[in-house]
Write a protein that binds this ligand. Structure first.
Ligand code: DAT
Ligand code: MG
Length: 137
């Protein structure tokens, strides 16, 4: 059965005009956009979305960053898309994310307390269903 994942183009990606390139990579890989919208996140949404990171030193900078501008939220579909999109996105730190990945090709370190790394992708089927429920309630 086909799988779904939540993808976010974070405020740095939208601000830098990279939304189209990022969505194009997802489509070029063969995945399908099932839902798509431009949204301003709220603290409530972000506290739910990033619940696993509450209490970490980068949590508050992360929330502030995610509130700094609009994000593009998408539900992306395809077999093994959770793993496949994480692979397209690359490692968390853009400095060392592999070239060829979204973060590796388009991201860099900006010397801030939070890593601005352009995209979010769910990390498991449970996270995906939970996160889709938060962003597409
Ligand atoms: P990922 O987005 O690769 O799943 P994560 O869930 O561990 O990474 O963290 C969520 C976001 O928080 C991540 O995309 C960027 C930021 N972040 C994670 N670890 C960080 C750290 N050590 N310092 C600064 N920002 C960090
Ligand atoms: Mg994560």
């Amino acid at each position: 059965m086909s799988q779904r994942t939540l993808v976010l183009v974070k405020p740095d990606g939208v601000e830098r005009g990279l939304t189209g390139q990022i969505l194009a990579r997802i489509e070029a890989k063969g995945y399908t956009l099932a839902e798509l919208k431009l949204v301003h996140a709220t603290r409530e949404i972000l506290e739910q979305h990033y619940a696993e990171h509450q209490g970490k030193p980068f949590f508050e900078p992360l929330v502030q960053f995610m509130l700094s501008g609009p994000v593009v939220a998408a539900v992306v579909e395809g077999d093994r898309v959770i793993e496949g999109f994480r692979s397209l996105a690359g490692a968390t730190e853009p400095t060392t994310a592999a070239p060829g990945t979204i973060r590796g090709d388009l991201g860099r370190d900006w010397g801030e307390k939070v890593q601005k790394n352009l995209v979010h992708g769910s990390d498991s089927p449970e996270s995906a269903e939970r996160e889709i429920g938060i962003w597409f309630a």
